[in-house]
Design a protein around this ligand. Structure first.
Ligand SMILES: Cc1ncc(COP(=O)(O)O)c(C=O)c1O
Length: 398
């Protein structure tokens, strides 16, 4: 007798709101099958209104947004050879690979245990050390990890005396807030940040399949990035070029998807937070299991529910958990491997590093897609709980 495989539970699959298809059809009808058009303009305007930053540039990815942000940092030219950029080590590579595109050096900063985001004290130490060495520090890139804002105010206070701008990597944080009540601002939009970078990759809380946004209070900064994103074409009929640009604009068709997704973002945040609570109810009583903390300074979008597993107390390691879930057709994933531990960044400097290493070694991201039901969460929780009993039985025998 063959057993049908249970349906696959993905880590964070796309979840359409229902209006996207109609909006894409409208884009087709307009015949703007191009990286410009009414849907791109409307998406930028709607995004600007939602996030609260006046100048927005829709791009083909979050990585492209970070690349252009670094490129356009003034005064004079942007980041280049000889410059240093400080960045969170606990992040995804798209946050920092653009530093390398530009030939600059990335120096990593550890996170703190309370928020899993960039440790402000270590950032201060890094700024002081590198300044004393005579290094030119061009930017700081804190990641809003798993949808939780970094402590922008503290980071800005620390950077101010050094005159170093902050580019907030809010790729995972659409819908998250910094502050509470009337004072709350959207992730990446806190006054004083040079720019916010956002991603609409297929695994994000809202998606355009692939896409990104660069947003800022600074009109000139975004205008320059806009020019560079369109091959740096000067306004002449024959396309005059005085510098090298990129082909980084978002397709009009994909912007139509983004418009539909923005409409359901608040509902998606509520759903991710609900899923987190379901997991918490199901698992928090287990010894050795804890959850990513929520910082008092804001409201996370809980993009992914992430746990820490103390293998000894729980009776199984996170990798055993991942494999047990995979055997039941459920996708989970380790916490990001810290960038300073990645072979491609061997030899790069890091301030601290052990906190991120520990979070990586003990962490597991659980399926968190917004279409999940409470029954789906219980299916995951049952497998995890079963692993504990199995571990104990084996421990008892051995
Ligand atoms: C923290 C972080 N930064 C940057 C990126 C890059 O975004 P994209 O995949 O849209 O290039 C991502 C996600 O993919 C991310 O998670």
């Amino acid at each position: 007798m063959s057993h049908a495989k249970p349906p696959r539970l993905f880590l964070s699959p796309p979840h359409l709101g229902g209006t996207e298809e109609k909006r894409v059809a409208e884009a087709f009808l307009s015949n703007y099958i191009a990286p410009l058009g009414p849907q791109v303009d409307a998406f930028e305007a709607a995004f600007s209104e939602y996030v609260g930053l006046p100048h927005c540039l829709a791009l083909s990815s979050g990585t492209a947004a970070m690349h252009l942000a670094l490129h356009c940092l003034g005064p004079g030219v942007g980041v280049g050879p000889g410059d240093v950029v400080l960045a969170s080590t606990l992040t995804f590579i798209g946050s920092v690979s653009p530093v390398h595109f530009l030939g600059a050096e990335v120096v990593f900063v550890d996170c703190d245990r309370a928020t899993w985001n960039m440790d402000p004290d270590l950032l201060r130490e890094a700024l002081m050390t590198l300044t004393a060495e005579g290094r030119r520090i061009k930017a700081v890139i804190p990641t809003d990890l798993y949808g939780q804002c970094a402590d922008y105010q503290r980071l800005l206070d620390i950077c101010a005396p050094f005159g170093v701008p902050i580019l907030a990597d809010a790729a995972e944080a659409m819908g998250a807030r910094y502050g509470h009540g009337d004072d709350a601002v959207h992730a990446g939009a806190f006054p004083g940040l040079r720019a916010g970078i956002f991603s609409f990759n297929g695994n994000k809380i809202i998606t355009t399949s692939g896409g990104g946004m660069l947003a800022s209070e600074d009109a000139e900064f975004i205008a320059r990035a806009r020019g560079l994103s369109q091959q740096a074409r000067m306004p002449a009929p024959h396309y005059e070029h005085t510098e090298i640009g990129y082909n980084y604009r978002l397709s009009n068709i994909l912007a139509a998807i983004g418009l539909g997704q923005l409409d359901v973002l608040e509902a998606r945040v509520a759903a991710r937070r609900r899923i987190f609570r379901w997991y918490e109810q199901a698992l928090s009583g287990l010894p050795g299991i804890s959850f990513m903390p929520e910082a008092a300074h804001g409201k996370s979008n809980r993009w992914l529910t992430v746990i820490q597993v103390d293998a000894r107390a729980f009776g199984a390691a996170p990798e055993a958990m991942r494999q047990a879930l995979e055997a039941e057709n459920i996708e989970s994933r380790p916490v990001w491997k810290p960038m300073h531990a990645q072979p491609v960044f061997a030899g790069c400097r890091v301030f601290g590093g052990t906190v991120a290493e520990e979070l990586f070694a003990r962490g597991l991201c659980l399926p968190s897609g917004t279409a999940m039901t409470e029954g789906d969460v219980q299916r995951v929780a049952r497998i995890i709980t079963g692993l504990r009993h199995k571990g104990r039985r084996q421990g008892g025998q051995g």
